[in-house]
Structures are given as C-alpha cells and as structure tokens.
Write a protein that binds this ligand. Structure first.
Ligand SMILES: NC(=O)c1ccc[n+]([C@@H]2O[C@H](COP(=O)([O-])OP(=O)(O)OC[C@H]3O[C@@H](n4cnc5c(N)ncnc54)[C@H](O)[C@@H]3O)[C@@H](O)[C@H]2O)c1
Ligand SMILES: [Zn+2]
Ligand SMILES: [Zn+2]
Length: 342
C-alpha cells in the first residue's frame, strides 16, 4: 500500500510499504481523512523527541471499516468511524487508576508508532467510535477531545465562569466543551480571527490581550471574583502564571499547554486561594462521546475551523509550506481519496 513517510526531518514522500495485518482484536480500516496538528509539524521539523525516523505520521482520523469486526457486531463493513490514537499498558499507575489517557507508556499513532497517513490501518475495535457525522466532522473529533478532557478535569458546570487562555486547535475544544456545558465561557487570545471562531464555538465573551487589559476585563466580567475555572492551552510562562493569578479563590486551574521552559510562580497563591491545580493530557472515552454528541448537534463551526483540505499527493509540499509559514494555516486536513492511484 501507499503511505506518506517522514524519512528524516524535513523530508516527507509517498512510499510503498507493507499493508497492516490485523490482529484478532483489530479492525482493518481504509483511511479517508487525516487532520494534522502541531505535533505532526514538530515531527516534520525533527523537534519531537518521541519520534524516530522513518515514521508515518497522522493520528486524527476518519476511516471506513473494510471488514466487519467479529467481536464487536456494531462495527460493520462500510461504516465510517473515528478513533482514539493512544495505547494503554494496563499496568502503570495511571492505567491501574482507570486513567489510561495518561498511561506512562502510551504510544500515540504517528508518534511512537506508525500513523494514519496510509491507505489502510488496523486498529483495536475498542478504540473505534461510530457517529452520525460526515468524514470531515469525524476527523475533527480527536483534536476536540483534548479540550473536552480539560473541561472534565476542571469539573465545569453551568454554574461556572471559565476563562480559557488560547484558542488554537486545543483551546477551541475547551471553549466548545465549556459552552456545551452551558458555563459562562471567556475566550482569551491575541488573534481576533481565533476569537471570532471561539464565539461561534460557544464562548460568551472574548478578551484580546493585545488590546485589552486581562485583569481588569476578567474582574469586570466576573463582578470582581475572578473565573471559577482557568484553563491554559498555550504553554507560555506568563499565561501559566496568569491562570493562577486570575482564578477565583478556591477555583480550579487546568493546564493543557506544554511550557517549553521552566515557569516561576508565586506559590503563595496556591495556598492562599486553596486552588485545585490540575494537569490534563489526551482524553478518555467519555470525552470522545461528548465531542460526538456536540458535533451531532451541529454546535461547532466545522467549516470555519478547517483552513485547508489537501489531497495526499500535496501533503509533502503542504507540510513544508506550513513549517515555513505557520501563521497562514490553522487546521490542515488530508483527503486520502486518490491514494490507491498514486
Ligand atoms: N495536554 C495535551 O494532551 C496536549 C495535546 C495537544 C497539545 N497540547 C499543547 O497545547 C498547547 C496548545 O496547542 P495548539 O495546537 O492549540 O497551539 P496553537 O499554536 O494552535 O494555539 C495557541 C493559541 O494561543 C494564542 N496565543 C499565543 N500567545 C498568546 C498570548 N500571549 N496570550 C493569549 N493567547 C496567545 C495563539 O494566537 C493561538 O491561537 C501547546 O502547548 C501544545 O503543546 C497539549
Ligand atoms: Zn493532534
Ligand atoms: Zn499504562
């Protein structure tokens, strides 16, 4: 079969590779759409320490079942599905506590093992999700689950005011999740275009911190209390700190962003405010189900979110263009329809 292979950093090309041989618990899928995210860009640039080469990237997937599952009767040939790209070892502390999303030995599709930019993949039946959604929507499920998981970690309810720092692919999922739970949802970014999409995704208020003073604006919107929940989805030291500084007394702070440098804190605030400070990584099955429910209710601006639909034969040059000029791309989705003729 054909696949897009990263031979080494900066070099992606279509190659012929061996097709998958599904194990007894796995289902053979024909890949239809693959979304790209920041981690694929890092892999292309050679900046992801978890990737070795050659590697087939891709972990945001819409696919069609080729052969019905023998163990899961609802997974029949011809059905379109999406999938969870993570593995779980079953033995580490996270797995034993029922939180396999944070498995110590997780191997994400396209990162520690070969991914979905291929004609066919074989995936365990328990990792597949069916839904009443288009291929494009199915392909958006996984990236949205990351923000949904963060909102679940923050125990957000309709009583809460939630401030979300960053409305990129990940933060937008958190905005949609908080909105879906009917919380008052304040989206924070430095980019008006991102904030406009956040408003269509469920935000009730926005703050552009390039133009507006963050603290005064949050105080005004929360009658001087501060938000009940602050979610960081950028990964910068100043927004890591702002989450703790701005959140209400006894509030919850949820970190999704990976900071690329150490962050210095006024730890007095952790104690004085008696904060719950939580990390959030990947997602669990209930997060997948919640995203699917939201998309089925057409509560997310799918068309505004996907900036580029690109056939597989243009994937290599698109990765190069994205790497050279990241600002002009938001979500790139690769269509795999022509792959067998390449
Ligand atoms: N925890 C997880 O499981 C997980 C999964 C995927 C990604 N991540 C991390 O989440 C973070 C966000 O990922 P992404 O793909 O959405 O990134 P992104 O670059 O698409 O989005 C970042 C957003 O932050 C905005 N921004 C930048 N500087 C800002 C500032 N000073 N104030 C306000 N807004 C600012 C940008 O305009 C952009 O909209 C990254 O750190 C990434 O590594 C975590
Ligand atoms: Zn992703
Ligand atoms: Zn584990």
């Amino acid at each position: 079969m054909k696949a897009l292979v990263l031979q080494q950093p900066g070099e992606a090309a279509i190659h012929s590779v061996a097709g998958p041989a599904p194990a007894s618990d796995e289902v053979l899928l024909k890949v239809r759409r693959v979304g790209l995210c920041g981690s694929d860009l890092n892999s292309f640039r050679g900046k992801n320490p978890m990737v070795s080469y050659p590697r087939i990237p891709g972990h945001e997937v819409a696919a069609t079942i080729v052969e019905s599952s023998k163990t899961h009767p609802h997974l029949t040939a011809g059905l379109n599905v999406t999938l969870s790209p993570y593995t779980q070892c079953g033995k580490c502390p996270a797995c034993l506590r029922g939180r396999p999303n944070a498995c110590q030995f997780n191997e994400t599709l396209g990162v520690q093992r070969n991914g979905a930019l291929a004609e066919y993949i074989a995936i365990p039946a328990e990792k597949l999700y069916t839904a009443n959604l288009s291929l494009k929507e199915l392909c958006l499920v996984e990236p949205l689950t990351v923000g949904f998981h963060a909102v679940a970690r923050g125990r957000v309810t309709a009583e809460d005011t939630v401030a979300i720092f960053g409305c990129g692919g990940v933060g937008l999922g958190a905005v949609a999740a908080a909105g879906f739970r009917r919380a008052r949802t304040i989206a924070i970014d430095v980019d008006d275009a991102k904030l406009a999409i956040a408003l269509k995704s469920g935000a009730t208020d926005t703050i552009n911190t390039n133009r507006e003073p963050l603290h005064e604006k949050l105080q005004e919107l929360t009658k001087g209390r501060g938000p009940d929940v602050a979610i960081e989805a950028i990964g910068l030291p100043q927004t890591f700190r702002a989450a703790v500084e701005e959140v209400a007394f006894t509030g919850r702070v949820v970190y999704i962003g990976y900071a690329k440098e150490p962050v210095a804190y006024e730890t007095r605030l952790f104690v004085q405010k008696e904060l719950d400070i939580l990390g959030s990584r990947n997602a669990l099955p209930p997060d997948f189900h919640e995203v699917i429910r939201m998309l089925e209710q057409h509560r997310f601006p799918v068309e505004d979110t996907v900036s580029h639909m690109v056939p597989l034969e243009e994937a290599s040059q698109t990765l190069k263009a994205w790497s050279e000029n990241p600002a002009i791309f938001s979500k790139i989705m690769i269509t795999m329809d022509s792959i067998s003729s390449l």
